[in-house]
Ligand binder design. Structure first.
Ligand SMILES: Nc1ncnc2c1ncn2[C@@H]1O[C@H](COP(=O)(O)OP(=O)(O)OP(=O)(O)O)[C@@H](O)[C@H]1O
Ligand SMILES: [Mg+2]
Length: 569
């Protein structure tokens, strides 16, 4: 038996499931629990601990415990555990290794293949990093599946005969995802996805923490934020309070010895009511509205066309979620799936389809969407760096689209095709995916020869880009594996000494402005903007160190553009 399991590798919790007798079955971990906290740490002997053990030690040794690693996956950030530093991939691999161990134990069979779910808007770096973590853990990742698609699959398996528009609303520990799917004749089609990758249960905890810190400051004039251990206790208490308020009307937060004053211990003792909590977190809930609007607009569906709203993620247990959805969309969400298990169950269904343990007649065909715009760099009258869109974001995949372009200079015989992913109208501000050249264009006047470019994106995450010259039939192509293991980390230059570069003075002000903007909470909360800005700053410093004045000027104007755009907003 070579079973494929489904894994929901979440920000705060991780679950796994498998298909048995045509239905998903949740897998128990070594503590005999279905839900495993996504925590990894080093114990007193510097051995790795994972799951509940790691979560429990977080209270005592937060400096040796990592939580919410998923928020960093796909970045170059390092995570410290004691004296050692780890990459998000390494720590995610530890979690997956634990899942592999407990699933093998529970199923009494060595598990080595899995389908892993990720948020729909994860970009390809984040997806690749997830695949890499699986590989490091000794798992062959058969498919990366979008979490909302997984949730809809777990609903769809039991309701295949329905024809409907389903809105999946997933508010987890760290991320918010909203997706619209259409189901008909056993085909589940993803119409559109959106979300906020910096919005989740954690932010609700933070609101309670901030309130507690404020009250404590008022009463005792002590700033608890200076005390790491107090903060850890507060975080735990805040989460408990939030969960209690999902059931009870009010909750008392009592932490006996959180601080001391003139040698006397001081307790924190506050009571929060459900109303006060809702008031405190209204602005967070309201942040779910724009992504809902985007999804409706992108899929061309009106709120009244939605047939069912499915809630996924632990945070949807907060009563204000259902209340807010009902007020906003005039429809009550249904309780059709288990919010904690649906994603893992759906991943298992996908795994079952791959291994063939779900019978053909029950099989659900899934189509997915391309989460980011794909295109190429072109030169036109207005710009040397225009992103020409070939497959727009939120188009259903598999998909093939093509466009025709013209030569840009006289006697041009070669075209250089650069492929990008992203939403900026300047290609260089998007994520570069790959490039190739097509030769043999007959030399003529500019714009006299046509170049045909075709993109095909399939469900296995392969993007095939083909260029051809209609007048001669010459063609060239590349295949880009959007989920391929991360290519060798780019060699990054150390740019910390940019100030010593000969022309640094001229650019000091713009760099300072940009670095100031980088600290702005709006930028910190917007991963893609943050990345764009960081790259632009890095590029300018690199140009200065390489003493490339011309390039520095280009980079400067790029930075200016970002700064201007930000201030307009
Ligand atoms: N009863 C409850 N009331 C309110 N919040 C809850 C409740 N139970 C769990 N949560 C919250 O749900 C969050 C975890 O949800 P979940 O396990 O679905 O997230 P995740 O899948 O790990 O995260 P993500 O999907 O963002 O990667 C935590 O913030 C937790 O505090
Ligand atoms: Mg989740």
């Amino acid at each position: 038996m070579n079973t494929v399991i489904g894994i929901d590798l979440g920000t705060s919790t991780t679950e796994a499931a498998v298909i048995q007798n045509g239905k998903p079955l949740m897998i128990f971990n070594l503590d005999n629990e279905i839900i495993t906290p996504s925590a990894v740490g080093l114990n007193e002997n510097d051995e790795f601990v994972v799951g509940e053990k790691a979560r429990a030690q977080y209270l005592l040794s937060p400096e040796k415990t990592a939580i919410e690693v998923k928020r960093k996956i796909g970045t170059n950030d390092k995570i410290s555990l004691g004296k050692e530093q780890y990459t998000p991939v390494e720590l995610s691999a530890k979690l997956l290794e634990y899942v592999k161990t407990y699933a093998s134990e529970y199923l009494k069979s060595e598990i080595s293949r899995a389908v892993i779910s990720v948020p729909a808007y994860f970009d390809d770096l984040q997806r690749q990093a997830t695949v890499e973590a699986g590989k490091k853990a000794g798992l062959e990742v058969m498919r990366i599946l979008n979490e909302p698609t997984a949730a809809a699959l777990s609903y769809g398996l039991e309701h295949m005969e329905e024809e409907s528009h389903i809105l999946v609303y997933d508010l987890g520990g760290g991320t918010f995802d909203v997706t619209l799917l259409e189901m008909f004749d056993g085909v589940l089609e993803v119409k559109a996805s959106s979300g906020d990758n910096q919005l989740g249960g954690k932010d609700f905890d933070q609101k309670i923490m901030d309130w507690l810190i404020g009250e404590f400051q008022k009463k005792h004039e002590i700033d608890l934020t200076k005390d790491k251990f107090a903060m850890v206790k507060l975080k735990e208490a805040a989460e408990q309070c939030k969960k209690a308020l999902s059931q009870n009307h009010s909750h008392q937060i009592l932490i006996p010895m959180i601080a001391e004053k003139s040698g006397e211990p001081i307790a924190l003792d506050e009571t929060m009511t459900a109303e006060a909590f809702e008031e405190l977190t209204r602005e967070l809930i309201e942040r779910t509205h724009p992504p809902i609007d985007v999804v409706l607009a992108d899929s061309g569906i009106l709120p009244e066309d939605i047939d069912r709203i499915i809630l996924v993620g632990g945070s949807t247990r907060m009563p204000l979620v259902a209340k807010d959805i009902e007020a906003y969309l005039h429809m009550a969400p249904s309780q059709a799936v288990n919010p904690d298990y649906a994603v893992a169950e759906g991943a298992a269904i996908q795994a079952g389809i791959i291994e063939g343990s779900i019978h053909q007649e029950d099989s659900i065909i899934i189509t997915d969407v391309n989460p980011y715009t794909l295109g190429i760099r072109v030169v036109d009258n207005f710009s040397m760096d225009r992103m020409a869109v070939i497959i727009p974001r939120n188009v259903t995949i598999p998909v093939t689209r093509s466009e025709t372009y013209f030569t840009s200079s006289d006697n041009q015989t070669i075209a250089h095709i650069e492929v990008y992913q992203g939403e900026s109208s300047s290609a260089s501000r998007n994520h570069f995916l790959g490039d190739f050249e097509i030769h043999g264009i007959p030399p003529k006047k500019a714009k006299a020869e046509r170049i045909h470019v075709e993109f095909s994106y399939n469900l296995d995450g392969m993007l095939n880009v083909k260029a051809s010259i209609p007048s001669t039939g010459a063609d060239a192509s590349i295949e880009i594996n959007m989920m391929q293991e991360q290519t060798d980390e780019e060699e990054l230059m150390d740019v910390s000494k940019w100030k010593d570069a000969p022309n640094a003075g001229e650019f000091r002000t713009i760099i300072r402005r940009a670095e100031k903007l980088l600290k702005h909470p709006h930028v910190q909360n917007d991963m893609s903007l943050k990345e764009t800005l960081e790259t632009a700053i890095y590029d300018l410093k690199e140009a200065l160190i390489s003493e490339d004045q011309e390039l520095a000027k280009v980079c400067e104007s790029d930075l200016m553009y970002i700064l201007d755009e930000f201030h307009e907003e």
